[in-house]
Design a protein around this ligand. Sequence first.
Ligand SMILES: [Zn+2]
Length: 1021
Amino acid sequence: MGKGAWASGVRAGCSQAAAGPGTRSLAVKPPLPPRLFFLLLLLEAPGARASGYETCPKAQPNMLNVHLVAHSHDDVGWLQTVDQYFYDTKNNIHYVGVQYILDSVVSALLAKPTRRFIYVEMAFFTRWWHQQTNATKAIVQDLVRQGRLEFANGGWVMNDEATTHYGAIVDQMTLGLRFLEDTFGADGRPRVAWHIDPFGHSREQASLFAQMGFDGLFFGRLDYQDKKVREEMLEMEHVWRASASLRPPAADLFTGVLPNRYDPPVDLCWDSLCGNKPVVDDAGSPEYNADQVVGHVLYQAAVQSQHYRTNHVMMTMGSDFQYQNANMWFKNLDKLIRLVNAQANGSGVHVLYSTPACYLWQLHKANLAWSVKKDDFFPYADEAHAFWTGYFSSRPALKRYERRSYNFLQVCSQLEALAGPAANEGPYGSGDSAPLGEAMAVLQHHDAVSGTSKQHVADDYARQLAAGWGPCEVLLRNALAKLSGSKRDFAFCGELNVSVCPPSQMAKRFEVIIYNPLGRKIDWMVRLPVTKGAFLVKDPNGKSVPSEVVTVPSSDIQGPHPELLFSASVPALGFSIYSVARLPARRPHFHPLPPTPLEPKTRLLTIKNKHIRAAFDPNTGLLVELENLDQKLVLPVEQAFYWYNANIGDKLSSQVSGAYIFRPEQDAKPVRNSAATRLVKTPLVQEVHQNFSAWCSQVVRLYPGQRHLELEWTVGPIPVERSEDRGKEIVSRFDTPLETGGRFYTDSNGREILERRRDYRPTWDLDQTEPVAGNYYPVNTRIYITDGKVQLTVLTDRSQGGSSLRDGSLELMVHRRLLRDDNRGMGEPLAEAGTDGQGPGLWVRGRHLVLLDKAEAAAAGHRLQAEREVLAPQVVLAVGGGTPYRRGAAPRKQFSALRRELPPSVHLLTLARWDSRTLLLRLEHQFAVGEDSGRNLSSPVTLDLRYLFSAFTITHLRETTLAANQPRRAASRLQWNTNTGPVPQTAPPALDPIAVTLRPMEIRTFLASVQWKENGRTNPS
Ligand SMILES: [Zn+2]
């Protein structure tokens, strides 16, 4: 997490509340007109009403009800690692142990039946649970049944919302909610999403929560200007219409902003981490303070209620890692409740132990028409010069490792599903996707992939991912052996991005297995490091295919190194096996062509295939023009790298740039105005190598048939000025003459697109205080600009911050190195050292894919290319010959698990093992309403699932909510009235496996009982 750090005293909620006026009539709201009341009764009719609220405490209808929510916010790693937090083994940093919190809370709940507590992070709870005796488990189950221990959110972690991909969010929520469903049944099913700490909130997150069946969402952090306006307008609580494509109310989510972030009101914190005075109600004691406490509670309740519409308010009684001594908290809350409710003179205030779900239930019963929000809560600023837009890009290497691991986990899960039990136990030992699944879930935590943990914790996150890859590699070996009918000496090359792969560099003969996780066939340029020489490459049918060895120039960190290139064709959800043999000839097939001689200022340097032409200024070496040859579009595009000087505090504010916060000192400066270039042109690849400086270079690349321009950048170690502790933040910027009217577009968690406008917020009049940082937004997979006719899109390979600071311009932050801490609790600067923490600074490599299209045709390009980026093929090598998987089994060099390809608008989001006979299947329409007019890819599409898969037969199909914890037809959500009028309620369609229809942006989730084809012998499609 990050906080309005204790040290800095930035606790906006408390100070604002304390400054507010102290009196207000607590009159109950006027009764509803009879006709409206009748209408609302109809809406509340049985069937429209969700269950799960039966155990809620009774409120007082004619009083102000103060819901005390006892909670502990337990970060799944931040200042300490997950294990250190659980066991409290590094207690010189943060004196907490989550195991003691849960022990202590259970004892305290048992001591008094009125007490309630909520718990959130399943990464911790499951670990604790598995260490309990059966007797304790039975007690806890009872507490859950009675509603005294309630789960909120229930994901493995409370995930970040800015730097996460929707697929990984869905996975981590599924993991946590499944544990709850398996362990506690419907009693443990959370009704409320609880994202109290993430640093800004994405619209897609709300949409996903709605699709998972949540009734409401509460969070703590939003822009300080937004909060002020919402308090004044009584819009702290509203309905978030979180999709522009899904029909309301499918993605409508009731959303409440908590009054005080997630802390208790000032002076009402009774934990060993707080130090507030306990409640002393012994009138004979000189320490007596009961009257004061009561007066203070009444005052705080009155202040809070001024900003909310019902006669209910919530006080969050807890904070980070609190309740290690739960008795301290509960003993004082018991007294507070007794004393306030005993006010003989009738304070009009009723205080009760409650939970977020029970509070939500009361709001629902209030039958109000709520306002509707359609944009998101980015960016988040907690002060005028403190925009939390730095973490969009912090720790770029970890962000890439996380995205790459998402890719690998999907490959692993798919092969586990396709090969059946043989994937888990096979000739290579025990394989399992679960460890990587859990590691990936941990990485979604709001201090993990966000890049806001301490360095040793970030190292531990990477360690967890690496530990998860191992069992998946075993699984892949088992599955590929079974599906290909041949046991081989499979090898993985995890360092292809730095051109290291011993098997391809050493062996004279090897096989390349390319697995394609997409539902459509692909052509893919395989690129493997080799030693010099020539090679013969044969496709699965034994036909030789064009290949070449290209020696990459030495402008690179590793120096020159030869790479073997060939284009592979891989069927949908399957693999192709290519064989490679070193030829005796010493000379390579193709020599790189010498750089084209150029006459200065008379010609442009160009690379070109049949779809794209990119031109470079011969004097500066910069990209200056892009042409889409199919659509006959030419656009001047200048691309270069720039850096921001990190602010180290100035006369406006002492705020510095850090892991959370981006605060540049002034406008960006070019790394250099020109780049030294080298051109590589061969039949299989054309590259312009640009060297901007010793720490900044780029390869601009085109393969035959490719419809985008690939920019592979390498940045670091970033030079910094130690004398001033001043860091730098590096961006790649694209400048065009497009007239964009201050608008640009970014994706929300990799799915729907949101329009952004410079110096503007859709729901309030912005007072812009940071013209650069205040215009940065999260980019998970893409950002684009358009003038309505032409669109320039840039796809990213990880989450980054991005913006358009001038019309026609677009930029992405690729790397940052900062020497000061930004005072939000992390307590150390973001100055990644690189190699084992001992290096001179981290260097990072990544790719931007650039697409130029007519606006109306652009979605087809960026949707399908982004899908290929997120689920790229997995390359596995095999050295030496294979032996039959089982006697008589003929080896197979090509395989598809689909009988027919999926249409382009359908994305196979999940195919994974659920249990020994069941698979989890998610199909998604990956286009938004109206997005693709050219090819009609935004139309609904209908699939027949019965004979879709060739690797197994589906014997029974059940449809569930998005996180697979409830049958879809039985699931019901609270329906909310809005001030934009009623929305028609439609029951989910009956499931017909022959005709499963997907509407734009719809995800449908199924649990499929299957029978695997025993010998795996099915024909490729
Ligand atoms: Zn946190």
